[in-house]
Design a protein around this ligand. Structure first.
Ligand code: SME
Length: 153
């Protein structure tokens, strides 16, 4: 999607989500709402969901899309890379990413954004996969980071 068009779409999604999350203080209700809206409004989102660290294991949480790996091998793949670097990771071609964990062979590009709790600790990540190559860029990173801030606001 062209960058200005994508920016406009995220802006409208952000405004909609800002209103929706006011209806509950529950982080899980907000997470569920966010992935439902993103998954159904962004055409290229093929898998949209959270992995959260549970007793040291990067464990799948709520998501939309095809069935995914339950637990990701420690310090391997894109989710762990974003978690360890404490910053968003954009992968244009997952087949070129060393250690990429393929939960579904149809995914070709990916973005992973760290999720922080109220105390600012990183507790997991938002992961989005696309069937298209190079579907994600810094526009996605900036907006998805802003959207995740709604969860614990
Ligand atoms: N590809 C991810 C694993 C999760 S699935 O894409 C849903 C990774 O390399 O961490």
């Amino acid at each position: 999607m062209e960058k200005n068009k994508k920016d406009g779409r995220y802006s409208r999604i952000y405004n909609q989500l800002s209103e929706l999350v006011k209806k509950s203080n529950s982080p899980s209700a907000r997470m569920a709402t966010i992935i439902a809206v993103l998954h159904h409004k962004m055409d290229t989102f093929f898998w949209t969901g959270f992995y959260l660290l549970e007793n040291g294991a990067m464990t799948v949480n709520m998501y939309q899309g095809p069935v995914a790996c339950q637990v990701l091998e420690k310090n391997k793949g894109v989710c762990w890379a974003a978690f360890n670097k404490k910053e968003s990771v954009v992968v244009e071609d997952v087949h070129q990413f060393p250690g990429h964990i393929a939960c579904d062979s149809r995914s070709n590009s990916e973005i992973v954004v760290p999720l922080k709790n109220r105390e600012g600790e990183i507790i997991g990540v938002l992961d989005v996969d696309s069937k298209e190559k190079a579907a994600f860029d810094e526009v996605d990173a900036r907006w998805l980071e802003k959207i995740l801030e709604l969860i614990y606001s």
